[in-house]
Design a binder for this molecule. Structure first.
Ligand code: E4P
Length: 216
């Protein structure tokens, strides 16, 4: 499973990249707004930091505007994936942009049949939001299981990009289900590496080593 980081903060991207675990980046308008920086400047900088795909989201809603905006965003760098919403207009834009050879990430997916349409329209990625479903007492990971099954049934090349991840168990379940990508906030990436028994183990080894009075 590929690991993307869900942020527009370049320091977080640098730290995750230094861990050697980063395959790509996803941003959204809220994350870009949080940086306080202009959209194009921050997206260009992120694209220069990692070779993997960087998802940058269109703000338009109408199909023609989405297509025009998507083409503009795709020109920012070779490793851009253009994000469009999972609406009728978004699907029309997906078809047009994919035909141009642009990678499209269809976002805000909350139902398996929405994902089916995104795959048929030619999306490179579809982004089901698990955390936001869990927030309204609906099984987010159940959505991932359904989409993975449907895409396998028909050999769709569209990748399932698990989004709105809130904790390490979402990542574990996504990997168990065979999702292609998880996009994860930096805080959760750091949590994935942590285990109390690892920390206790290090403490014990260091204490025994100090007692032996040897030097490394
Ligand atoms: C995905 O690409 C989105 O940026 C993201 O995962 C949304 O997550 P949230 O529900 O935590 O805002």
């Amino acid at each position: 499973m590929k690991l993307f980081i869900d942020t527009a903060d370049v320091d977080e991207i640098r730290q995750a990249a230094a861990m050697g675990v980063l395959d790509g980046v996803t941003t959204n308008p809220s994350l870009i707004a949080k940086t306080g920086r202009p959209f194009e400047e921050v997206v260009k900088e992120i694209c220069s930091m990692i070779p993997g795909p960087v998802s940058a989201e269109c703000m338009s809603t109408d199909a023609e505007d989405l297509i025009e905006e998507g083409r503009r965003i795709a020109e920012i760098a070779d490793n851009i994936a253009v994000k469009v919403p999972l609406t009728v207009d978004g699907l029309r834009a997906t078809k047009a942009l994919s035909a141009d050879g642009v990678k499209v990430n269809v976002t805000l997916c909350f139902h398996p049949v929405q994902a089916l349409l995104a795959a048929k329209a030619g999306a490179t990625y579809v982004s089901p939001f698990v955390g936001r479903l869990d927030d309204i007492t609906t099984d987010g990971m159940g959505l991932i299981a359904d989409i993975v099954t449907i895409f396998d049934n028909y050999d769709f090349p569209t990748e399932v990009l698990v989004a709105s991840i809130r904790h390490p168990i979402h990542v574990l379940e996504a990997a168990r289900l065979g999702a292609h990508v998880s996009t994860i906030p930096y805080k959760v990436i750091a949590q994935l590496a942590n285990h109390p028994l690892t920390d206790i183990g290090i403490e014990r080894f260091l204490a025994d080593w100090r007692k032996s009075q040897q030097s490394a």
